[in-house]
Ligand binder design. Structure first.
Ligand code: FUL
Length: 617
């Protein structure tokens, strides 16, 4: 046994680690390169960057769950405006045991509750504001959702995390930075002192205040110190430095997913400048390649968390359906199978229960995982890169694991299968990390092998499984009771906006500068129950409408405003098709959408698609 040394990142305290072979010095969580270091030196140092103990334990969890629950559940919105009446919060059968049991049975190991979302409504009776469950009729103001979750987690052996939104649309002091920071620390202190062991603290980075909104200067370092003092074992996510947002809300990890990344956590002073210099952001496709490392001054062990909702929205909406099993299975492969932890949101419904449809889908997911990942063609126990099967078998999936306790090394690998003594190429990949699942075309083989083509340092990799998996058939997660109206014979103003109503999601329309309205003329009068808006996705989302007003007209002369929430909340992070349903059907020939705010404050709009919904059969 030789002593390896671990050099702790931020505080540069040296600790000792006993390990076999090497006598290596490792860097925990962060490594700063010496000035003028060349690429080879940096890559070698990068190979010695390792996770902290709590990061390592978190990466092992694989399946974690989100519970988005709060005032939005009762207003049918995604982002509340903070003006909601607490009296709206009155679940008739809130059952935290049912939440935790359902999640545990589906294999989830940690659950995170939105103790406070952007609307500022607190699910625990906080002393910091009256905008909380204490002002609601639920349990005559004596209820405490956070406590109920705590007790349920204890009963079922589930780890617990809390989401506390920094952006607060209710707090009067939001924007008065020192006062709000004090309030936020007080909220954090209540949550981290009175509810037992908290394993993950989740701070969201979202803020939809816009150019003329309130500006809050968050004291991230003080928030982090508060967590470290009160819950030293908790990992901090997103606006924290233990867990990184994967960069989308679709459930997709990168094909090349480095936990050793040059992206500086947003809570560190100077992070914006550091990231700008390297051209990096949470959404950037490449966060840790050799090219990036060569340009970086330091690296962070900042592993990815894939957060995605089982439904289109984060909060429960009666009209939405859970994703099809096929989509969830795909998400499992592109999150857990791509060196990430899955954080799947399952929003409790208006009764305060996980809806039976979601519960059923979760148990289908569990069964799918169990059925597909139980018949391992690799029976040998010994850790290796090459295996013989007991008999020729059909194979299409390989599971590879890297011992990340010693860092992330592999940059490129090839999967080969053997038939009649001949090795053939089956697939290739780049990073491995905690777990990599590669699916390739089905083939008959009697052995499987991984060749590591490129690595940063000594590798410690194992092929832990080979399977023949079947993807579930895709089902439709439709929107109940609404169908879109065929667009034949429709016209638009401006007249060049046909790509926005052509039913083709591969095309999009973008208005000229200065034009922020779109009128759709259906030619005939109908009872319209709502509309959908599909924004652009990908790198360029310019023109995406964030806040809007909607009008109806029979003749294009007299317009009546249709009441809507006026906001495609969270469209920046989750640019999915937006479904807006009216309280009562609107009898109209024309619809006009007027953009009040484009996501980047731009003076034009864009749309992949608008469709008009009706309840006509
Ligand atoms: C986003 C928020 O704005 C959403 O409402 C949701 O909480 C998601 C997890 O993070 O940025």
């Amino acid at each position: 046994m030789i002593k390896d040394t671990i050099v702790a990142g931020c505080c540069a305290v040296a600790m000792a680690l006993t390990a076999c072979g090497g006598g290596k010095e490792y860097f925990v969580k962060e490594v700063t390169f010496p000035e003028g270091a060349d690429e080879a030196t940096k890559i070698e140092m990068a190979s010695r960057l390792v996770p902290s103990e709590k990061q390592l334990a978190w990466q092992d969890l694989e399946l974690t769950a989100f519970l988005h629950y709060g005032i939005n559940t009762y207003t049918d919105r995604e982002w509340g405006d903070g003006k909601e009446d607490p009296a709206l919060f009155n679940p008739d059968s809130l059952d935290a045991d049912q939440w935790v049991r359902t999640l545990r049975d589906a294999g989830f190991r940690l659950v995170i509750l939105t103790a406070k979302h952007h609307d500022g409504f607190c699910l625990w009776p906080t002393a910091t504001t009256s905008h909380s469950v204490a002002s609601s009729p639920w349990k005559e103001g004596k209820g405490d959702v956070v406590r109920e979750l705590r007790e349920a987690c204890d009963r079922y052996g589930m780890k617990m995390g809390l989401y506390l939104s920094p952006w607060d649309r209710n707090a009067e002091c939001y924007g008065d930075s020192p006062r709000y920071n004090d309030m936020f620390v007080a909220q954090l202190t209540e949550l981290l002192s009175n509810y037992g062991k908290i394993d993950e603290v989740w701070f969201d980075g979202a803020c939809g205040e816009g150019p003329n909104g309130k500006k809050q200067d968050y004291d991230w370092i003080r928030f982090k110190e508060t967590i470290e003092t009160l819950q030293p074992e908790a990992v901090t996510a997103i606006m924290g430095d233990d867990i990184r947002w994967v960069g989308n809300e679709k459930g997709q990890g990168r094909e090349t997913e480095w936990s050793a990344t040059a992206l500086t956590p947003g809570i560190y002073p100077g992070s914006d400048e550091a990231n700008e210099r390297l051209g990096l952001s949470a959404k950037a496709p490449d966060l840790g390649s050799r090219e990036i490392v060569a340009k970086a001054d330091r690296l962070h062990w900042w592993p990815s968390e894939v957060d995605v909702s089982i439904r289109p929205g984060w909060f429960y909406h009666e009209k939405e359906e859970p994703k099809a099993l096929a989509e969830l299975a795909e998400i499992y492969l592109t999150s857990v199978g791509r060196n990430s932890v899955l954080l799947l949101n399952v929003p409790p419904d208006t009764h305060g229960r996980i809806n039976r449809k979601d519960a059923a889908r979760l148990s289908e997911l569990r069964n799918w995982i169990d059925e597909n990942f139980s018949d391992n063609l690799i029976s040998e126990e010994e850790k290796d890169l090459s295996y013989d099967f007991d008999k020729p078998s059909i194979v299409n999936t390989v599971v590879i694991e890297e011992n990340i306790a010693k860092g992330q090394q592999v940059e490129a690998f090839e999967v080969l299968v053997r038939t009649d003594g001949q090795w053939r190429h089956a697939a290739e990949g780049t990073t491995i990390g905690r777990k990599r699942i590669i699916v390739f075309p089905e083939t008959e083989a009697d052995g499987i092998r991984i060749d590591i083509l490129s690595a940063r340092g000594d590798t410690d990799v194992e092929v832990s499984g080979a399977y023949c998996i079947r993807m579930p058939g895709s089902g439709d997660a439709a929107v109940q009771g609404h169908t879109s109206v065929p667009t034949d014979g429709w016209t638009t103003v401006p007249s060049d906006a046909t790509a926005a109503i052509d039913g083709d999601k591969k095309t999009f329309w973008q208005s000229r500068s200065g034009i922020k309205n779109l009128t759709i003329d259906m030619g005939t009068v109908r009872d319209v129950t709502g509309f959908t808006y599909t924004p652009r996705d990908g790198d360029d989302k310019n023109g995406t409408i964030f806040q809007y007003r909607l009008f109806a007209s029979h003749d294009g002369q007299t317009w009546t405003e249709i009441p809507t929430s006026g906001e495609f909340s969270n469209i920046v992070n989750n640019p999915i098709e937006q479904h807006i349903h009216f309280d009562t059907p609107v009898n109209t020939r024309m619809l006009k959408i007027e953009c009040l705010q484009e996501i980047n404050g731009g003076d034009f709009i864009s749309a992949v698609e608008f469709s008009v919904l009706t309840s006509d059969k």
